[in-house]
Design a binder for this molecule. Structure first.
Ligand SMILES: C[S@@+](CC[C@H](N)C(=O)[O-])C[C@H]1O[C@@H](n2cnc3c(N)ncnc32)[C@H](O)[C@@H]1O
Length: 392
């Protein structure tokens, strides 16, 4: 592909990414992968170049751009070498028309930037939410050890027990150690959160929003398979990945429970007031993971945030039914917005005044509204909020 053709491909893909963000559809990385699956003529250099252009445009444009061309023109306005490619050459973008619209730049849509500032995040902290994230792995203590594992490339040891850091883009998914379940891809923040949970061998632990099991597997590894783990989720596709992943990792997950949204307790009856600990890794805006999915900020609007807040309250209430008297429940979101952290804890305590907040000890983060907030700029992790609650 010529450099101009790469720009045109990025424009077309951005059109799809923008439409998908508006419709709350597929994320950018899936759209890009799908696009290249059917275009075998594009080599690996082309793919990387197009991908880089797309993410550059997404990071640059805070408000949702009108279309891909307007977004790429915003990149061109900052980079003469890209501007020069708008030359109307075959397969390339048409020359810029007089008065043609260029997308607005900025960190986030206006309302969202205001919500971030109201959550005490300054310009540098917000900008760091959009940096490129490194690639963190967790060595699976059930099968290997960080000190002795042999990997194709040496990683930087992290503050978590088994974490190693690589530059973004390292293809660890192709390493035999990954295929054999000796390592998992997991952000340092997630690793430290699992290490901070007040759990011990012998506990019954319900991972209520287990997804594909990122934290479930980390819990199994931390406790040496000596806890009774229940992994539940409403998403059949994600939950379907958990069993093969657990098998690969040698992780014992006692029950994998598919929940019916709105009727979750029907499948969870067995654990009512039985769990020593419930992990509520709640669905959220993902504002703490914009480093990996910067287009997620285009997906969010006040109504969507309010919907997520209602869902967060709902899953917390579900979790509360499952905790035994004196047991604990952790509330985690990968968001730095107060609406998805401290505000949810405060609302929970209003609904359940006999519960109390307990302090967690993490080597990173700063206290915020009854919990701890992790931030990319200060902590070198994705953004997270975690709080721990004790049942009466
Ligand atoms: C942040 S993700 C979980 C990530 C996972 N714990 C991990 O570490 O990989 C949130 C999950 O909540 C699930 N979810 C949404 N609504 C739910 C509900 N009503 N009950 C249980 N899980 C729900 C979503 O399907 C999603 O998998």
């Amino acid at each position: 592909m010529t450099p101009a053709a790469r720009v045109q491909a990025a424009i077309e893909l951005l059109d799809t990414v923008i439409a998908s963000a508006r419709a709350k559809g597929a994320p950018a990385d899936r759209i890009i992968a799908e696009y290249f699956r059917t275009r075998r003529y594009a080599g690996s250099k082309d793919r990387r170049a197009v991908r880089d252009l797309i993410y550059r445009a997404i990071r640059l444009c805070g408000p949702v751009p009108a279309n891909g061309r307007a977004a790429m023109l915003a990149v061109a306005a900052q980079d003469e070498s890209i501007a020069a490619l708008f030359d109307g050459s075959p397969h390339g973008p048409a020359a810029r028309g007089e008065g043609e619209k260029v997308a607005s730049t900025g960190l986030a849509p206006k309302w969202l930037a205001a919500a971030l500032r109201a959550s005490d995040l300054g310009g540098r902290e917000i900008a760091a939410l959009l940096d490129r994230a490194p690639l963190d792995i967790r060595v699976n203590a059930l099968k290997a050890d960080r000190e002795s594992i042999e990997l194709p490339e040496a990683g930087e040891p992290l503050t978590s027990a088994q974490g190693l850091r690589y530059p973004s883009g390292v293809q660890v998914e192709q390493w035999p150690a990954y295929l054999d379940g000796l390592i998992e891809i997991q952000d340092l923040g997630s690793q430290l959160i699992v290490e901070a949970l007040p759990v011990k061998p012998g506990d019954t632990i319900v991972d209520l929003c287990a997804g594909a099991g990122g934290k479930t597997l980390a819990l199994a590894a931390r406790l040496g398979n000596a806890a009774s783990l229940v992994a539940a989720d409403t998403d059949k596709r994600r939950l379907g990945n958990l069993a093969p992943r657990a098998a690969r990792a040698g992780a014992a997950v006692d029950h994998i429970v598919l929940l019916d949204p709105g009727n979750e307790m029907r499948a969870l009856n067995h654990w009512v007031r039985k769990a020593d600990h419930v992990l509520v890794d709640a669905p959220c805006s993902g504002s703490g993971t914009w480093r990996r999915s910067p287009e997620a900020r285009w997906r969010l609007d006040p109504a969507e945030l309010a919907r997520l807040n209602r869902l967060q309250d709902h899953v917390l209430d579900l979790g509360a039914h499952l905790v035994r008297p004196g047991g604990t429940m952790a509330f985690v979101t990968c968001s730095v917005l107060d609406a998805e952290g401290p505000d949810r804890v405060a609302a929970f305590l209003t609904r359940h005044p006999d519960w109390s907040v307990i302090e967690l000890s993490l080597p990173v983060g700063a206290p915020r509204g009854g919990g701890v907030r992790l931030e990319p700029l200060r902590d070198g992790t994705d953004g997270f909020f975690i709080a721990c609650l004790r049942a009466p």
